[in-house]
Structures are given as C-alpha cells and as structure tokens.
Design a protein around this ligand. Structure first.
Ligand SMILES: [Zn+2]
Length: 324
C-alpha cells in the first residue's frame, strides 16, 4: 500500500478534490492489516515522459514558480503540488516494483488523481497520468507483456486513453456516466483495437455495473489474459457522491473488485485512487475494495431481464463496437 501524509500537501483549499478525502480514508483504515506501507519516491523526467510531453511539466513549474495558481478552472496547483504529483507518479512505480517482486497486489492511495491528464495537458483535477505512466513503465522497464487498465471512475478516463492510444499492446476499459465531463468516451473510440468504452446512462447501480462487468469485460479480460491488471479506482459513481449521478454502494465496489480479482487469479493487481468526493462513502468504498482483494469471491451476476431498455441498449451497442 502506497500511503503517505505527503499527499495531503497538495493543498486545493475548499475545492471538491481536497486533502480531506485522503484524511477520511486514513482515518477509516487506520493500520490496515495485511497491507504493508510503502513510502513514495519522486518520478524522474524520463518516467514522466513515458506519457507526457515536456510542456506539461513546464506549465506546472511556471505556476509553481509564481507561488501557485491553477492550470484551468478545475485544476488547482499549490506551491507543493508539483512535488507531490511527482511523488504520486514515482510512488506508483515503486509500488509496481514491489508488487512484481512479491508477485502480489497493491493500492496507491495518492492525490492528485491522474486519469484526466493527457499527454499534453493537466486537466480535471489531474496533473500527471499516474496509472498510464505505471502501465507504460510495466511494459517498457519491467518487461511485462500483457498489461490491462480498467477505469470505473464515473468520468471517462480521457487522459489514460490518450496516453495509451498509440500503445496497442496495452488494453484499456473505461466505464463512465455519459453525458458527463469531459465529454469523450463513446463506444467508437476503439484506438487501435485496444480501447473499450462503455458510456452508461445516469442512475446505474450495483446490479447494472456487475452485469456490465460480467457481460462485456469478462470476455475481454479472458482474451487479453493480463499479467498485470491496473485499476483506476474512482469512487464518484457512489450513490452518495456529489459529482456523479450513479448509485453504486460501498459494498458494490467491493463486489466489482472481487470479481475482477476472481476472474484474473494469476494477474498482479494494483489500484490507483482517482475520484470520489463524499469522504465517508469514499473511505468505506476503498476499504471494501481492499477487503475484496484480500479474499476475492465469485458471486452470481444479475440477469438481463431485470434491467430497463435504455441501459440494455447501451450494453448491446457497446458489445457490437467492442467486437470490431
Ligand atoms: Zn471522476
């Protein structure tokens, strides 16, 4: 488990993505048994450049030199944010090294989050693409061949997608509410056959997500047979979340995590914290995810008959596009 109080030092004030999110998780988990704690390290330029142009760092360095500010209307940069963001990236890579050496699993409790940061710009509360850099590092530096990224944050992982679109050897699935920020993530965004997008209508809960995982993602995972499964763990599809309009429960996130683990029993697993803006729901959901990964259980998935036609239409349309 990558966790450090340094990630509280990305000081965004009263922004919805604030240090209180991580503090709530620390408070809930306490000393999380069975998960040894790992300190972060700074990412070096060559690691950042696995996904980003030098321009991304130049902009952040300039804002930092001016004493802080913001990249856009959503994305705050405090005086310590740049160093903290590089610790989030480097910490994720150190965690990956550990997970590979121990043939195990890990979770990166980091902020700022990463999945909206594109090759050329920070955006959407995200400065660097933590998980896409980890995926590229796993291939490029650690020599893993089959790397797969799954993103269940309520927003489309546009940054991860843009970072991986030219790396067809890495697979990427994103489930997201649609329409919603940032507006991308329609089914037809297939990249070089390695991208799989599921734009879901608002109002989906545990049953819809479990059905979609079973019906769409399980066959894809069977085909890719990942050695390493990276999960963008955003919890803003939670029923209590102020930004999303979905209905997942904390237990539901645990069930999703458990299914992924049960379907890929031989894969190394690493979760990366992304969104989730109701601190209590976020902390409960992270805990449910960790518990499920400690002891994955297979459960019976819901049947198609119980869902409305608007939801099923999205599932069957996605299925058609995902076959192409
Ligand atoms: Zn989100």
């Amino acid at each position: 488990m990558l966790q450090s109080p340094v990630f509280l030092e990305h000081d965004t004030g009263h922004h919805v993505e604030n240090a209180g999110r991580l503090a709530a998780i620390f408070h809930r988990l306490g000393e999380c048994q069975g998960w040894s704690s790992l300190e972060p390290r700074l990412a070096v330029s060559s690691e950042l450049e696995l996904c980003h142009s030098g321009r991304v760092s130049e902009v952040l360095e300039q804002i930092t030199a001016e004493g802080g500010g913001s990249v856009d209307s959503d994305t705050v940069v405090s005086p310590r944010s740049l160093e903290v963001a590089r610790l989030a990236v480097g910490g994720g890579l150190r965690l990956l090294d550990e997970v590979v050496a121990a043939r195990g699993q890990g979770f990166a409790l980091v902020r700022p989050p990463g999945h909206h940061a594109t090759p050329t710009r920070s955006m959407g509360f995200c400065l660097y693409s933590n998980i896409a850099i980890a995926a590229r590092y796993a291939r490029q530096v650690l020599g893993l061949e089959r790397v797969f990224v799954l993103d269940w944050d309520v927003h489309h992982g546009n940054g991860t997608q843009d970072c991986l679109v030219n790396h067809p050897e890495i697979g990427f699935v994103s489930f997201h509410q649609w329409p919603l920020y940032p507006g991308s993530g329609w089914y037809d965004e297939r990249g070089q056959g390695n991208l799989y997008n599921l734009p879901l209508p608002a109002g989906c809960g545990d049953a819809e997500y479990l059905f979609a995982l079973q019906h769409l993602v399980k066959p894809v995972l069977e085909r890719w047979d990942p050695q390493l499964l990276l999960v963008s763990c955003g919890y803003d599809a939670h029923a209590s979340d102020p930004l999303g309009s979905m209905g997942i429960t904390s237990a539901g996130f645990g069930q999703m995590a458990g299914l992924l683990a049960a379907w890929c029993p031989l894969a190394l697993r690493v979760g990366f914290l992304e969104g989730g803006y109701h601190p209590q729901a976020l902390a409960q959901s992270v805990e449910a995810t960790l518990r499920a990964w400690e002891q994955p259980v297979l459960l019976e998935c819901p049947r198609a008959e119980q869902f409305n036609s608007a939801f099923l239409k999205r599932i069957y349309e996605a299925e058609e596009f995902w076959k192409r």
